[in-house]
Structure formats: structure tokens, C-alpha cells
Design a protein around this ligand. Structure first.
Ligand code: NAD
Length: 352
């Protein structure tokens, strides 16, 4: 029995998360996997029900689940300087240190590049994003009205564990290659420490090849020839930017799933935000959220030794392949005319 939390988030989160649950339920039924679902308020619903966008009761309940689906948060809707800041503190609190983000192209979907199959790992418990690295207060401050200062934290432990996760994933893939992306010549201590730990971990994986690319050059190379990359590991802010770039190369944010993994728990979270420009119209692509849920089941299946969860994940992956190949139930960003619900229903129906 798995316990999985459902945190819908805001805007299109209210549309795509239910489709991910629909598909995961269908796969779990087909695979004989019992799941207990916990519906937990967060974001605007958290404010409305508990007076806080990250309610203490939700955080407490998350301590007892195996993993959860996290919809995007509509930050634009909150007052400036709202102290309730959700994703970075959640990742930090639960030590979900590696955000695993696959970027792959489909022959049937219009995209800038074809034959792309990259897995990005973005460190998400330290780096530049102040909310993730500061216990109290904020990592940014403004000593006077002319100057603002922000800091960046890189640790050996944080760098080592995300690098190790990257090599473990590379080991399961045909090309078995890891690329570390940083800017060591300029950020000698911070990027330097990240690079040192990547090199150190690489020595433990002689079966995986390894190289390093400076972040600016990487942006150019991945835009021109993404096919050359297999597994890419990088720090928080660089990863935030490069994974959106990666999504843009294969068809957009609707196609970019993600899983934040820790030692024992994981959070399924698509790369995209809450897309207020299309929210409430039933046209958001549920692919990214559904495939984030698929990644969660696969990860939990391997971690907990649950073949039924691995099987459920495989069923979702092949149902999604078939739905995309058939092309009849795709949302507008994929060239179709289907609604969010119709695409979710089609994927659920394709589960054998
Ligand atoms: P966004 O990812 O929400 O949207 C960027 C563009 O991609 C928009 O045109 C949107 O319509 C499109 N898009 C995104 N997801 C899509 C989907 N599933 N299907 C079809 N089209 C999709 O980024 P943004 O507009 O910069 O941010 C909107 C809000 O989301 C902001 O408040 C931002 O802070 C927040 N945000 C939240 C998260 C998160 O909670 N994980 C991540 C990024 C942004």
C-alpha cells in the first residue's frame, strides 16, 4: 500500500493534477497496486481553508506519505512579500534535493529538435534561491535604496548527493554519460566545489563517462545540438533556467515533467508554472503532470521494492506513447483540439 498526497496548487494545477490522479488510479487498478490518497490543501485553497498557503496540517500530513503530487503555485496572485513561500521550503524541509527533469522529443509532436532524450538533475535545496537556503529571514537584503545583495550557498554534501543521483540514473540508460554544468572559472569556490564533488563521484562510477561544460557554452550547445547530451547535472539556478530551455526544444512546457527526489520520499512536480493566462479554460496540457506522477510511481516502485508500482508506471508510459502516436486526443499546444479532461481520459482509457 502506498500513501500519496494530492496538492493541487493554483490555476491550471486545479485542472492538470486531477488528470494525473485519474491516470494513476487507472494504472494502479490495472497493476493491482493499492494506493491511499490524501487530498491536502495548499496555495490559494490553503489560504482559504487554513489561513496559510502552506498550512501546518498539510506539512504534518506530508511526513506520513510516501510521496505527493504538487501542482504549480500561482505566485502572482499573492501579495508582494507574502511570507508564505512554498516550493523551495518544502524541498528543503523534506530534503528533496534532486529535481529530475526528463526532456524528450516525440516524432509526432512539432518541435525545434528531434531525437532528444536528456535527463536534467537540478539541485534544489541550496544555491541562489534564497528561500531554500535560509533558516530564518531571507537570503536577499537591501542595505540602502541603491544596492541589493543576494547570496548563494553550495555545500559538498549537497553537490555530492545530486551528482551521485545523476550517475545512478546514467547507469540505467544506454549511453551512460553525465555532463556537469557549472561556471568554475568565474565562481571558483561555489561552482568550484560543485565541480570537485562531481569529479569525485565520477571516480566511483567507472562504467559511466563524464564531462564538464561551462553554463554559457552549454546553453548554446544544447540549443543547437541537444542530441549530444544524456544526463546533465547542475546547480539550482542554472538548472531552473536550462530545464525551461530544454522544454522549449522539444515542444514546450506542457511536455516537461519532473520529480523531486530525496532519500525516502519524492514529490511529483512539472516544470511549468500555474499558467494563469490559460487557467480555467480546460486547455492546459496534462502530459507534464501525468508523467510526473508516472515518475513518482516508478521511483517508489524501485525504492520500496514494489513491482506493482513499477508495472503501473510502465502502463502509464506506454498509454501516453499510444495517445500521442494516435494523435486524436491531444491538447492545442501539441497540435490537437482536445480538452485537458479529454486528454486525461484518453490516456486513462489506453491503460491496458
Ligand atoms: P508558466 O510555466 O506558468 O507559463 C509559461 C507559458 O507556458 C504560458 O504561456 C503558459 O500558458 C504555458 N504553459 C505552461 N504550462 C502549460 C501547460 N501545461 N499546457 C499548455 N501551456 C502551458 O510560467 P509563468 O507564466 O512565468 O508563471 C505563471 C505563474 O506560475 C507565476 O506566478 C509563477 O511564479 C508561477 N510558477 C510556479 C511554479 C511552481 O509552482 N512549480 C513554477 C514556475 C512558475
Amino acid at each position: 500500500m502506498l500513501r500519496i498526497g494530492i496538492l493541487q496548487g493554483d490555476d491550471i494545477g486545479l485542472e492538470v493534477v486531477p488528470e494525473a490522479v485519474r491516470v494513476m488510479r487507472a494504472a494502479a487498478r490495472a497493476s493491482g497496486l493499492p494506493i491511499e490518497w490524501l487530498d491536502l490543501p495548499i496555495g490559494r485553497r490553503g489560504h482559504a481553508q487554513c489561513g496559510h498557503s502552506m498550512p501546518a496540517a498539510t506539512v504534518e500530513a506530508l511526513r506520513g506519505v510516501d510521496g505527493w503530487l504538487q501542482g504549480p503555485i500561482g505566485h502572482n496572485a499573492y501579495p508582494r512579500n507574502d511570507p508564505t513561500w512554498i516550493n523551495p521550503p518544502l524541498r528543503k524541509l523534506f530534503e528533496l534535493y534532486a529535481n529530475v527533469k526528463p526532456v524528450r522529443s516525440y516524432p509526432q509532436v512539432a518541435s525545434i529538435h528531434k531525437d532528444v532524450d536528456i535527463v536534467f538533475l537540478r539541485e534544489v535545496t541550496e544555491g541562489e534561491q534564497s528561500g531554500s537556503v535560509t533558516l530564518a529571514g531571507t537570503g536577499e537584503f537591501r542595505p540602502n535604496d541603491e544596492v541589493s545583495i543576494g547570496h548563494r550557498v553550495i555545500t559538498r554534501r549537497g553537490s555530492n548527493r545530486v551528482a551521485r543521483a545523476a550517475f545512478e540514473i546514467a547507469r540505467t540508460r544506454p549511453r551512460r554519460h553525465v555532463t556537469a554544468v557549472h561556471k568554475e572559472p568565474i565562481f571558483k569556490m561555489t561552482c568550484g566545489m560543485f565541480a570537485e564533488e562531481c569529479r569525485r563521484v565520477a571516480r566511483d562510477y567507472p562504467d559511466v563517462t563524464f564531462d564538464e561544460v561551462l553554463v554559457d557554452g552549454f546553453a548554446m550547445k544544447v540549443a543547437m545540438a541537444p542530441q549530444r547530451y544524456d544526463v546533465v547535472v547542475t546547480t539550482n539556478q542554472f538548472g531552473d533556467i536550462l530545464t525551461d530551455l530544454g522544454a522549449g526544444l522539444v515542444g514546450g512546457l506542457g511536455l516537461a515533467p519532473g520529480l523531486c527526489i530525496g532519500e525516502t520520499q519524492a514529490m511529483a512536480q512539472a516544470t511549468h508554472g500555474s499558467a494563469p493566462d490559460i487557467a480555467g479554460r480546460g486547455i492546459a496540457n496534462p502530459y507534464a503532470m501525468i508523467m510526473s506522477g508516472q515518475m513518482l510511481l516508478e521511483w517508489l516502485g524501485h525504492r520500496r521494492g514494489l513491482p506493482a508500482a513499477v508495472d503501473a508506471a510502465a502502463r502509464i508510459a506506454s498509454a501516453m506513447e499510444r495517445t500521442i502516436a494516435e494523435g486524436r486526443s491531444l491538447t492545442g499546444d501539441l497540435g490537437g483540439t482536445a480538452s485537458t479532461v479529454a486528454m486525461g481520459e484518453a490516456v486513462a482509457a489506453a491503460i491496458g
